[in-house]
Ligand binder design. Structure first.
Ligand code: DAH
Length: 336
């Protein structure tokens, strides 16, 4: 009997030393000291011993039980103090994960990419140019003479007398033609700046410029190209109209309106009850612009167009406030 008691105590102490955390300790405590535990079973078995042995064995078992109880309490204190430092206690791999919000592509970047995609499929190249621009490219080479009233249409940020923040992407027409001989078929997406800020204007916004120059380019090419673009982008059922307009660098010039996507032409707040939305400016390249880049105006003709990306994004997604694009509210941005 004595050796059985000693074996059980040794086994319990070995197991105790290996307990890595409080949960394991609790299991061991139940296994040895619980109501149905091994020590309790040993105590019960004393009844089968002859009375003269029973007393001594009983004392031995009780002494062993006391030592084990003390050892368990000791181990419990040690593990509780280790607390979080014990990796198995600190990490509960069965808990569900905490998801991190995932970023998305900004709606303007997305629309810009979609516009470029439609035009590159039609065979256009993509040009980039500086946002800090010479007066020459932004105005003069585009047939805005120094005191021309059309300069007033664009609330310019001046860096110096001869340097501006570009007010449109049209300078890319001149920069592209300076570098390349015709034929030209290019779009130029980018940021532009105007000193203007209210519900429908921000000081920085985006445009996409387009330019096509070759022999025999006519107004019908302009109409065909822009009609395909708008039908690709907004759907083939959208009606269009070309309305006479004025830009110094095109002649003739036209603004393009499309049937209001919000009310389908019935008249609403967005189209100011006209049923039409203006979406881009365009025209046949003015001969004065060709002369500024050395293109032969007796051989080449071309058309150009320019559109506002924010406006197109608002119409595409039915967004009614321009400023939402620039507030960086994740609840807004996450919807795209
Ligand atoms: N640059 C003009 C603007 O910002 C838009 C524009 C109109 C561009 C006609 C063109 C064009 O290329 O042909 O208002």
């Amino acid at each position: 009997m004595k050796s059985r008691i000693e074996e059980l105590e040794a086994a319990a102490l070995t197991a105790l030393a290996g307990a890595a955390n409080l949960a394991a300790l609790k299991d061991l405590s139940v296994e040895y000291l619980g109501r149905k535990g091994k020590v309790t079973a040993l105590l019960r078995s004393l009844g089968s011993l002859p009375p003269e042995e029973r007393r001594e064995a009983g004392a031995l078992v009780n002494a062993a039980k006391e030592r084990l109880t003390a050892a368990f309490e000791e181990a419990e204190k040690r593990l509780a103090a280790a607390g979080d430092e014990n990796p198995e206690d600190a990490l509960d791999v069965t808990l569900s994960g905490r998801p991190h919000p995932v970023g998305g592509v900004h709606p303007l970047t997305r629309v810009l990419a979609e516009i470029c995609d439609v035009f590159t499929r039609m065979g256009f190249g993509v040009a980039k140019g500086p946002e800090v621009e010479l007066d020459w490219y932004n105005f003069e080479a585009l047939n805005f003479p120094p005191d021309h009233p059309a300069r007033e249409m664009q609330d310019t940020f001046f860096i110096s007398e001869k340097v501006v923040l570009r007010t449109h992407t049209s300078p890319l027409q001149v920069r592209t033609m300076e570098k390349t001989a015709p034929p030209v078929r290019v779009i130029a997406p980018g940021k532009v700046y105007r000193c203007d800020s209210d519900n429908t204007h921000t000081p920085m916004f985006h445009q996409v410029e387009g330019l096509v120059v070759d022999r025999g380019i006519g107004f019908s090419d302009l109409k065909g190209c822009l009609t395909s673009f708008i039908h690709r982008f907004f759907g083939p059922e959208i009606p269009l109209r070309f309305r006479p307009s004025f830009f110094p660098f095109t002649e003739p010039s036209a603004e393009v309106d499309m049937g209001c996507v919000m009310c389908k032409g019935k008249g609403c707040r967005v189209c100011k009850d006209t049923g039409w939305l203006e979406i881009l400016g365009s025209g046949m390249v003015h001969p004065a612009v060709f002369e500024n880049v050395g293109y032969d105006t007796s051989v080449y003709t071309g058309f150009a167009f320019g559109m506002g990306v924010e406006r197109i994004a608002m119409l595409k997604y039915g967004i009614d406030d321009l400023r939402k694009f620039f507030e960086n509210d994740v609840r807004f941005l996450a919807q795209f």
